[in-house]
Unconditional design. Structure first.
Lengths: 342, 131
């Protein structure tokens, strides 16, 4: 582990910030529910087991989603959406983007880009049959100066998905489609344009999805327990130290086999994880660090977790690294998105 | 009197006034603060837990900075039979309101409010937080 200084990391203030009104100060359950949903059934036992491997899905079709950084948003249910009209939506969105450019909200100054919109469905990305299949929106560009058949360059991708979102989809009225998780890769300006088209067309609301340190530690524990075929990369935890004049980040790297060995001694029932087990796991890592460096990591903020399965950052940024665990991780993220919406 | 942990240093025991209320502050952003409180609780005489102890959880305004499991805090309140209050120190309004609440509790614990004892008030507070 090596402490190092990094430039000030702006906290994502766009992220959920629930301030209880004075009248509700002592009302715990409302606050507890805001984040506590993640992975906890009423009895306190944990549900999602180590993310299940996908069986029938063709990994090639979703390979393009791996090893890319995606920014996460939660989306409220879409009204009047139909997956039979994807071509129409592509056409309408394309016209909207062109209109925005006319208005002078051109994304790239001085460069005239011909933006092409493609909207498609990703049927493999769902958990239960009740889930709506994932919807992928891609923006590609071709400079009008280049020859007609030149390659189009993909400049922006965004996809909506819902994996095991039964809790939400069971409770919405008929005409609503539940796709609570939105993942984006590309320029923020395009994200804003596409987002506002969806908001206008389907009366939905996008919000950056932040991941709390508590949820990150769950991910660290869960993903450590997953079996990986190839040699796994080191598990890395990044902590941000609060209340310092100069911001300081601490990076703690753990050999994947050591981490897995530790987790295996902690986890009692395979397929089930409890909060206590996550606490013990993290406490072991913290005390090991304290023994060597005399720093209490438990007083800092866990901001990033990287394992062989995936890496997640508290600002709501994810990177999928293993196709067999893609739906598993999406299931966790869907749950986070749903609890942010509710 | 503010202390970072218990027990209080014994050197000043004879100079210390009577303690009427102990407020344990847990910062929801720091797991370390919870561990510290749990260790300090062991040094408190049992008689304090008859209404003269409360837990104050701070930092609740930012749900996404949460490093502490809420269930652990609820359990603490249950095990030690003491009320759990929440506040957000960053907001002046809530800070002031919380301070006023604590002051009121302190008056009761010190016996300055006739007809209300620390024990009865403590059970009243816990009863209302349970529903």
């Amino acid at each position: 582990a090596a402490p190092r200084s990094v430039p000030a990391m702006e906290s994502a203030d766009g992220a959920a910030r629930t301030l209880p009104s004075i009248g509700r100060l002592s009302r715990g359950p409302l606050f507890g529910r805001a984040y506590g949903r993640f992975g906890l059934s009423p009895s306190g036992q944990l549900l999602p087991p180590a993310p299940p491997s996908q069986e029938n899905a063709d990994p090639q079709r979703t390979a393009f989603l791996l090893r890319k950084q995606w920014t996460l948003y939660s989306v409220t249910p879409l009204y009047g959406f139909s997956d039979a009209r994807l071509r129409d939506y592509a056409r309408l969105l394309s016209a909207f983007i062109a209109a925005e450019k006319q208005k002078g909200l051109a994304v790239e100054v001085g460069v005239e880009l011909d933006i092409k919109v493609a909207v498609s469905s990703l049927p493999d990305l769902k958990g239960s049959d009740q889930d709506q299949a994932a919807i992928l929106v891609q923006l590609s560009s071709r400079s009008p100066a280049s020859p007609k058949n030149s390659e189009e360059k993909l400049i922006w991708s965004g996809w909506f998905c819902c994996v095991s979102g039964d809790d939400l989809s069971e409770n919405v009225p008929e005409d609503f489609t539940c796709l609570p998780l939105f993942l984006v890769s590309g320029a923020e300006s395009y994200t804003a344009i596409v987002g506002s088209w969806f908001q206008k067309t389907f009366d939905c609301c996008f919000r950056r999805l932040a991941i709390s340190p508590l949820n990150l530690s769950w991910m660290a524990a869960m993903w450590t327990g997953c079996k990986v075929d190839k040699t796994a990369s080191a598990m890395e935890l990044v902590f941000s130290v609060p209340c310092l004049s100069q911001p300081l980040d601490i990076s703690y790297a753990i050999h994947p086999e050591d981490a897995k060995a530790l987790w295996d001694t902690v986890q009692k029932t395979p397929g089930e994880i409890t909060q206590e087990e996550v606490d013990v796991f993290m406490d072991c890592l913290y005390s090991h660090f304290h023994r060597h460096f005399k720093i209490h990591l438990s007083a800092t903020k866990l901001v990033k977790v990287s394992t062989a399965i995936a890496s997640a950052h508290c600002d709501g940024i994810i990177k999928f690294l293993q196709s067999q665990y893609l739906t598993g991780v999406l299931m966790l993220l869907t749950e986070l998105a749903i609890s942010q919406i509710q | 009197h503010l202390a970072t942990s218990l027990p209080l240093p014994s050197e000043r025991d004879h100079l210390r006034p009577r303690i009427d209320l102990i407020v344990f502050m847990i910062d929801i952003k720091s797991k370390y603060s919870l561990k510290n409180i749990e260790a300090s609780l062991a040094h408190v005489d049992a008689s304090f837990f008859l209404g003269k102890v409360c837990f104050l959880v701070t930092g609740v305004g930012r749900v996404n900075y949460c490093s502490v499991d809420m269930n652990a805090i609820w359990k603490l309140g249950e095990v030690y039979c003491s009320p759990v209050l929440f506040c957000e120190l960053e907001l002046e309004g809530i800070r002031v309101a919380t301070a006023q609440r604590l002051l009121r509790m302190l008056q009761i614990c010190a016996g300055h409010i006739p007809g209300v004892s620390a024990l009865s008030f403590g059970s009243l507070m816990r009863g209302s937080a349970d529903d």
